[in-house]
Design a binder for this molecule. Structure first.
Ligand code: MSP
Length: 517
């Protein structure tokens, strides 16, 4: 069966100068939820992640570690690949910018830009931040300690003076503004869109796209003295992975990307430079760039010098993978900054997962196990309260889908938890344990309504918490081919008499160790 609907989603590719931290895990997880949701919703999904391996920052770090940049890249790229696996991330490809397929692709794009007349040779003189791998205008700098100047990100800057190729970015100002105007959804959230538009309206300088003062990069075709600016190299990964420079096949199928997910610090590269490069090369710009916020740790900015970097693997080991996936996407409205704290993590894990969702499923499944011969119960005609419960569960999909399509993960989860809370209220009201003696047929109906509610919830929580949701679906006797979002709703409702395996809890409580804070 060929699927017509495609969805191409990408994470930023991560610098290999450092180990993976919570910020990387966050972006990757958000994309994984989208990719899983879209697959379950019938799309042919391509989900890409990978590593950004060239540039001065990686070269300098390698020097500091006393290794070659390639060795550092090999080691850290493996760490990022391993992280994706630990996150149970469903990426279809993992790209490295040192791969031959990528070098070929970037050089082909460069040739297109030259042929289009958008690249010329000149001389760059100005500020550069190695940490940000970004050029800054004098007017953008902010005062740093001891009278120094810093990038707006707080990164140090240095004065660079060298021969350079330039991309005619200034010529793209009006066409970029027209693109933003014609595509209201091309940048989200709105605050970032406004920021980008005002930056572009403020006037664009031509962009230096090659460097001569170091070697760790992709050579400019025909001029080996230059390596390409790392952002031109890195951004191109999104088309390399679908076969560029071949624009038939996967490229034709998946481009333009449906979504480049990025952090708020790298919006300008994705929403200004990248669409300009693409349009100059005669290619379509991406459909949407969405920028999420940054995490702090117990209220403090995360930084290596402070020593409060959060290791995502340690989090998973402590709280569990599904719990971490849930927390990161539930705790903050996606797009805003958020704070990671042990207290908040445990609070959500215990109250929303163990109490609300876990107890609901556990109560229902164990009552069915004990009182209905371990089979989906027979049910009578639903009454008003039953119907209201079923309608809420069966009506979730469009609400969740709409939130997911706008990257509002917290809203999607909030909608599901509204139904979970309603179901807990329904159990208390209907008290099926009391019906066991007085009206067993009615007990069967109530438990069936609840099991059907949990089935719909578990289908929808799969994208967020694949393992726990899968175990819930196992316990409801749902086979592997009945777990798509097409199976939400009344037409695939649980069949009375279906045998069910013995129930087991899927959301453990977090219990503080003795003496721990
Ligand atoms: N290599 C570039 C991206 C190139 S994409 C063509 C890069 N890499 S990075 O490794 O420095 O950062 C990757 C992502 O991590 C960015 O989207 C950044 O916003 C995100 N985060 C870094 N620290 C973060 C937090 N503390 N919280 C959330 N995300 C954070 O930039």
């Amino acid at each position: 069966m060929s699927v017509d609907k495609t969805f191409y989603v990408t994470t930023p590719i991560y610098y290999v100068n450092d180990k993976p931290h919570i910020g990387h895990a966050y972006t990757t997880l958000a994309c994984d939820v989208l990719a899983r949701f879209k697959r379950l919703d019938g799309y042919d999904v391509k989900f890409l992640t990978g590593t950004d391996e060239h540039g001065q920052k990686v070269e300098k770090s390698a020097e500091g570690f006393g290794t070659s940049p390639q060795e550092l890249a090999d080691r850290n790229s493996a760490n990022f690949r391993e992280l994706a696996a630990r996150l149970d991330c469903s990426n279809d490809d993992f790209i490295r910018t040192t791969e031959p397929r990528h070098i070929r692709s970037v050089q082909a794009l460069w040739a297109r830009l030259v042929a289009a007349g958008d690249i010329y040779v000149g001389h760059y003189e100005g500020w550069y931040s190695v940490r940000d791998e970004a050029f800054y205008g004098e007017d953008e700098l902010v005062p740093g300690p001891n009278g120094t100047k810093h990038a707006p990100s707080g990164a140090p800057v240095e004065w660079v003076k060298e021969p350079s190729y330039f991309f005619r970015l200034s010529a793209w100002q009006d066409r970029l503004l027209a693109w933003y105007e014609a595509n209201p959804d091309c940048i989200g959230p709105q605050s970032r869109r406004n920021e980008v538009i005002s930056f572009v309206k403020g006037g664009l300088q031509d962009l230096s796209v090659s460097r001569t003062s170091f070697k760790w990069g992709i050579p400019v075709p025909g001029d080996d003295a230059h390596v390409m600016y790392v952002w031109l190299d890195a951004l191109t990964n999104y088309i390399t992975a679908i076969g560029y420079p071949d624009i038939t096949g996967e490229f034709a199928r998946y481009w333009p990307a449906d979504l480049h997910m990025v952090g708020k610090d790298i919006v300008r590269f994705h929403a200004v430079y990248w669409p300009a490069f693409l349009m100059a090369a005669g290619l379509e710009p991406p459909r949407r760039v969405f920028a999420h916020g940054w995490w702090t740790n117990e209220g403090q900015k995360i930084s290596k010098s402070v020593g409060n970097v959060i290791d995502p693997v340690a989090l998973i080991e402590r709280y569990g993978l599904d719990q971490v996936r849930y927390f990161l996407l539930r705790e903050v409205p996606f797009g805003n900054d958020g704070d990671f704290s042990h207290r908040a993590m445990v609070q959500r894990m215990n109250s929303e997962l163990a109490n609300d969702y876990g107890n609901l499923a556990q109560r229902v499944l164990s009552m069915i196990g004990k009182n209905c011969a371990g089979q989906v119960p027979q049910h009578g005609e639903p009454g008003a309260d039953d119907r209201e419960m079923l309608d809420a569960a069966h009506g979730l999909l469009p609400k969740v889908r709409d939130a997911i399509d706008r990257q509002l993960f917290h809203e999607a989860l909030e909608a599901m938890w509204g139904v979970i809370r309603a179901a807990n209220g329904y159990v208390d009201r209907q008290a099926p344990w009391a019906l066991k003696k007085t009206d067993p047929a009615r007990m069967g109906t109530v438990l069936w309504v609840l099991a059907e509610t949990v089935r719909n919830l578990a289908l929808l929580t799969q994208a967020f918490m694949p393992a726990a949701s899968g175990r819930l679906l196992d316990q409801l006797g749902i086979g592997p081919d009945a777990r798509t979002l097409h199976h939400c709703g009344s037409h695939h409702a649980l069949k009375p008499g279906t045998p069910l395996p013995a129930p087991a809890g899927v959301f453990p409580r977090f219990v503080e160790e003795e003496g721990a804070a």
